[in-house]
Design a protein around this ligand. Structure first.
Ligand SMILES: Nc1ccn([C@@H]2O[C@@H]3COP(=O)(O)O[C@H]3[C@H]2O)c(=O)n1
Length: 256
């Protein structure tokens, strides 16, 4: 049985935001229910495991699990909050004398290697534009609208009849982009705010109001919201569809 572990459930700034004294950030600094590292998940199972994304909190996330090595990492897009940990992973590969396996769409690889050209010395880099199999999961990625911030990729994973999607950074998906979200057992969707009031053209991730509309359309059996900013208070009373839960740091779910 495979397990999905939420090692990071925060937006680009994480929670608490360094500059912020709001109630959620202050709670995150004290009791810490809302403490959120940058979004990253681990899939583990009998056929092997892998991470999705490698943001700047990667080191702390590895330590939190007592993990000493990450062999395989699949990346959604080349924004700092999703790739900031790659140089540390590369250093770990170098010191261990083990090559990591980095997977991403070719255009994402191109950007990563422009930013961190030395990475290719320490890892094998594989383009996943035509799909990939990791840990026994058949994985297909597709490009999704990330609003003001450009584009990201979402991944659909299938194994033993279980179908799920990881889509951390998207907004306003068109019909073609929504198609792979149908017939899912689980949708992991990024929702940065409960209700984001900034002008639409300045935004890059669904809020929970819009996400509820998306779920009503694509009807996954279950959904988990992640990539949440300090707008989201896990101790609060957030109106959610009955099949939705909010990801918590360290939360584990069986993928079956
Ligand atoms: N070309 C870009 C654009 C943005 N970024 C980072 O990704 C984050 C997305 O959310 P944000 O709050 O707009 O902050 C962005 C940058 O940190 C980035 O790393 N590269």
């Amino acid at each position: 049985m495979d397990t999905l572990v939420f090692l990071g459930t925060g937006d680009a700034m994480g929670v608490p935001r360094v500059y912020c004294d709001c109630d959620v950030c202050m709670e995150a600094r004290t009791t810490g229910t809302n403490r959120r590292l940058r979004s990253l998940v681990m899939i583990e199972g009998p056929e092997g495991g892998f991470l999705i994304d490698c943001g700047p909190d990667w080191r702390a996330q590895m330590e939190s699990q007592g993990l000493r090595f990450a062999e395989k990492i699949l990346v959604t897009h080349a924004h700092f909050d999703h790739i900031g940990g790659l140089p540390e992973w590369a250093d770990a590969c170098r010191w261990l004398g083990r090559k990591g396996e980095l997977y991403a769409p070719q255009e994402v690889i191109d950007t990563i290697l422009k930013q961190f050209p030395w990475l290719a010395r320490h890892m094998n880099v594989t383009a996943v534009d035509h799909g990939i199999e990791l840990g026994g999961w058949k994985i297909k990625g597709w490009k999704v609208c990330h609003g003001y911030n450009g584009f990201s990729y979402a991944y659909r994973l299938e194994k033993n009849g279980f179908r799920w999607v990881y889509c951390s950074d998207s907004i306003g998906l068109n019909e073609k982009e929504k198609k792979p979200l149908h017939d899912l057992d689980l949708l992991v969707l990024g929702t940065s705010f409960v209700h984001e009031t900034a002008p639409y053209e300045s935004r890059s991730v669904y809020d929970m109001r819009e996400a509820a509309e998306l779920l009503a359309e694509v009807r996954p059996k279950r959904a988990v919201y992640t990539h949440m900013s300090h707008d989201v208070d896990l101790n609060g009373d957030i109106p959610l569809p009955s099949n939705v839960e909010l990801a918590r740091t360290g939360m584990k779910m069986e993928l079956a």
